[in-house]
Write a protein that binds this ligand. Structure first.
Ligand code: SF4
Length: 350
């Protein structure tokens, strides 16, 4: 395959020569039509399908075969006929795709694309926490590394976290990690006092705080508020909406699919969106007549934006970076994901 790709034609070589590396990612290539045609050509040569998370740059979303949330994309990866998956998202998401498709080659355009929420609990942290609470059931949000998933009893998403916790016998202690806002939301809804919450968070959520949310809602009295808590970046908004920081009748907590349906159906001329700003691109495409505004336009994930046009081109030319999970860890992690799927709707269309 490398041989085939080395015989790339002049435009590819010209484009490839422009790639430069820096600590913040690969740069030097524009996501224009020439680039998109080259990406499609290389993906076909490599027999790869390209998946893009909702928070990716518009050019990456446009060139991908599928766009969605991490879990839906991992399931698409497992069902895809192609043997190679190029996952345009952050590292734990590509790992989840590998866990569910152990026999496929999974590539991420830049393995340095991490996640502050996933990094807020290590396997060592979780082992020590479990030792403090012997017999407790561990519930982890999908934003965790494969090694943490392997130490987890049941995974959850923001859509099914309440159902997952409710499925655990009331007298069993629960350790919920790593997202403190989602954990607090679940504790409030279930009323469960034996639920312990890890103090992790996503750095992007800090841009969607209660004061800002309430002020925006006051300033835009006719606007609806869409909250999309998929990725940890807006679980604080989910928590605040539940606390009554904004009027309940104007708040819609929605999965990706639900958000796009609601965008097409809304009669509101203005919609405030509490999530990472990448989601706005899809909403504006779905309903060009509606004015979608970010609650905070600085709520952008720098890790997601490391998947640049240059990074994707390099990935397809070099077949790098490959994501691997050792088979034992993958098997244990897979069990925790499958238990979640058995319990309830994981919100595959988020
Ligand atoms: S938005 Fe937050 S939770 Fe999502 S990948 Fe970025 S850092 Fe992680």
């Amino acid at each position: 395959m490398t041989e085939i790709l080395n015989r790339t034609d002049a435009p590819a070589e010209g484009l490839t020569a422009r790639i430069s590396d820096s600590p913040t990612g690969y740069t030097g290539v524009d996501g224009d039509e020439q680039w998109a045609a080259e990406i499609r050509r290389l993906a076909e040569l490599r027999g790869a399908t390209i998946l893009a998370h909702n928070y990716q740059l518009p050019a990456i979303q446009d060139v991908a075969d599928h766009v969605g949330d991490s879990l839906a994309l991992s399931r698409i990866a497992a069902a895809a006929p192609e043997d190679t998956i190029v996952f345009c998202g952050v590292h734990f998401m590509a790992e989840t795709a590998k866990i569910l498709s152990p026999d496929k080659t999974v590539l991420i355009p830049d393995q340095r694309a991490g996640c502050s929420l996933a990094d807020s609990i290590t396997p060592e942290d979780l082992r020590a926490w479990k030792n403090e609470h012997p017999g407790a059931v561990v519930v982890s949000y999908v934003n965790t590394t494969a090694a943490v998933k392997a130490l987890t009893d049941i995974c959850c998403t923001s859509s099914n976290a309440v159902d997952v916790v409710a499925s655990i016998p009331a007298d069993r202690e629960v350790l919920f990690c790593p997202d403190q806002f989602l954990g607090a939301h679940v504790r409030r809804v279930t009323g469960r006092e034996n639920l312990h919450v890890w103090a992790g968070e996503c750095h992007v959520h800090a841009g969607i705080n209660g004061d800002e949310l309430a002020e925006q809602v006051r300033e835009h009295p006719d606007a609806e508020l869409f909250v999309h808590p998929e990725c940890g970046c807006a679980t604080s908004a989910l928590y605040l909406a539940g606390e009554g920081a904004v009027p309940a009748d104007r708040v819609k907590i929605l999965s990706t699919g639900g958000m796009l349906d609601a965008a097409r159906a809304t009669r509101a001329r203005e919609v405030l969106v509490a999530t990472e700003v990448g989601m706005l691109y899809q909403l504006r495409n779905a309903a060009p007549g509606t004015n979608f505004q970010a609650v905070n336009d600085r709520a952008s994930c720098k890790f997601m934006k490391m998947i640049t046009p240059a990074a994707l081109l390099r990935c397809l030319v070099e077949g790098a970076d490959e994501v691997d999970v050792d088979p034992e860890t993958a098997a244990a992690a897979r069990r925790s994901v499958q238990r979640m799927i058995a319990i309830g709707q994981p919100g595959g269309g988020e």
